[in-house]
Design a binder for this molecule. Structure first.
Ligand code: 4AD
Ligand code: MG
Length: 432
């Protein structure tokens, strides 16, 4: 047997005889010649099988290969500009591993529910493959960014005793003799403890929200990365978010251009994502809404449509800061210049994708924070450890959370977050 290689490495093997292992993507056949498209997860390669060269028996055997059958093919690698990926194989041997039953997903159009029910197979399609590769690049870039700046990864628990982002979206479960536990909505509070121990940390993991919203932006289980930095104020926090987004987008443009092309993404929009990102106050955002004729009342949270209208005024992500404190979480510090607003920032992605980052400077005063916990009717015992962070050497500190799926959706230019995660969990879907 020849050396086993992956399709993405074929350029290093031109003129050599090698073996590819994978699944049949498609086969075209005439009386004398067959074209076998093999996909192996790293790419697609066309194998050319000439009857006169390989003999009747092998040529006929290949007729058993149905779509998605697994097999190995061996042959000589040849550069071919017109071929997908730039290489072809002159096949000398084929070994069938498993003949696939009739495959349900065909090149014709399928409905979204049909595909979602077969998500475990749908992932093999070239479009889903491209999205997963972009997702991976985004996650890799996230880690690279923080690791390269001296942050320590801090893993927060998934079972938690209390809410972080308001009680309305908690998933509840029984926890032995200790009563109820809740699936985490955010690792932030633990990240704050980490920042006091390690200076700068990031929490990165799955989070859960019993969102009743059936929108193209909501999942019930999604991944969030949450940096938290001791001594950072709101401006430092916005500087960090800006460098972070520029880093992610430029990496995807550099390393995943083939995938963006496969997704027919207009990359001109992504190429705009450079410093500085515009920063506007909530008040300025409200003025934009009024100037567009929207009847928005000061004090309300920005809804999906409002975010779309605001973000359409800019060619890159826009940071909106200083929201009314009433609509924001209990832990956010109020602006000493104007206690009606919180030192909060949301980053809205362009092209109508809406909020991808939410963050703030945190309340660092013990008495004020205790007052907020009471105002929000939160169980004080469950937050006693959190108050310790203000009892023992409290410092100004800030952080934010970026939703991975919304970021993938924006960068890939998708219609819905359900395609951004291998197995989406939504209000009406828990399978496969
Ligand atoms: O704005 P959120 O609720 O902020 C927090 O959870 C803070 N504790 C973060 C922090 O300061 N450490 O959520 C942050 C981001 C949103 O901007 C959005 O991208 C994403 O998480 N997100 C969702 N993504 C998919 N489905 C949902 N249901 C989401 N809810 C929030
Ligand atoms: Mg938010």
């Amino acid at each position: 047997m020849a050396t086993k290689v992956y399709i993405e490495d074929l350029s290093r093997h031109t003129g050599e005889s090698v073996t590819l292992q994978g699944w049949l993507y498609n086969m075209r056949s005439s009386g004398k010649i067959k074209f076998l498209l093999l996909r192996d997860g790293t790419g697609i390669c066309q194998g050319v099988l000439v009857k006169a060269a390989v003999g009747e028996e092998l040529f006929a055997m290949c007729d058993q290969l149905t779509q998605e059958s697994s097999f190995r093919m061996t042959g000589t690698v040849r550069a071919e500009q017109r071929a997908p990926g730039g290489f072809e194989m002159d096949v000398t041997a084929v070994e069938i591993i498993s003949v696939a039953k009739e495959y349900p997903i065909t090149p014709k159009e399928h409905g979204v529910e049909f595909l979602a029910d077969r998500r475990h197979l749908w992932l093999r399609s070239s479009r889903q493959h491209a999205i997963m590769r972009v997702r991976h690049e985004i996650i890799r870039s996230i880690r690279e960014f923080f690791d390269g700046r001296g942050f320590t990864l801090l893993d927060a628990p998934i079972f938690t005793p209390a809410a972080c982002e308001g009680t309305s979206t908690l998933f509840e479960t029984d926890y032995f003799d200790l009563g109820k536990a809740y699936l985490t909505q955010s690792g932030q509070l633990y990240g704050e403890a980490g920042a006091m121990a390690l200076g700068k940390v990031y929490v990165f993991g799955p989070t859960f929200r019993a969102e009743k919203s059936k929108t193209r932006r909501h999942l019930t289980e999604f991944w969030m990365v949450e940096p938290e930095v001791a001594f950072n104020d709101l401006n430092d926090n916005m500087d960090l978010a800006e460098d972070f987004l520029v880093h992610i987008v430029s990496n995807v443009l550099k390393n995943r251009s083939a995938e963006l092309k496969a997704l027919e993404r207009n990359i001109a929009f992504l190429e705009n994502v450079k410093k500085p990102l515009p920063r506007i106050t909530y008040d300025e955002a409200v003025n934009i809404l009024h100037s567009k004729g929207l009847p928005f009342e000061w004090g309300n949270d920005l809804g999906g449509t409002d975010e779309t209208v605001i973000s359409e005024q800019f060619d890159r992500p826009v940071m909106v800061h200083r929201y009314p404190a009433e609509v924001k979480a209990f832990y956010m510090k109020r602006d000493p210049q104007n206690p009606k607003v919180a030192l909060a920032v949301d980053v809205l992605a362009p092209e109508g994708y809406g909020e991808i980052i939410g963050g703030s400077q945190r309340e660092d005063d013990y008495d004020v924070l205790l007052g907020r916990i009471k105002e929000h009717n939160l169980p004080q015992e469950a937050f006693d450890w959190y108050l310790d962070l203000r009892r023992f050497g409290s410092v100004p500190h800030s952080g934010f959370g970026l939703g991975v799926e919304r970021t993938v959706s924006w960068i890939c230019g998708l219609d819905h977050v359900r395609e951004t995660i291998p197995f989406p969990r939504m209000i009406y879907r828990i399978t496969p």
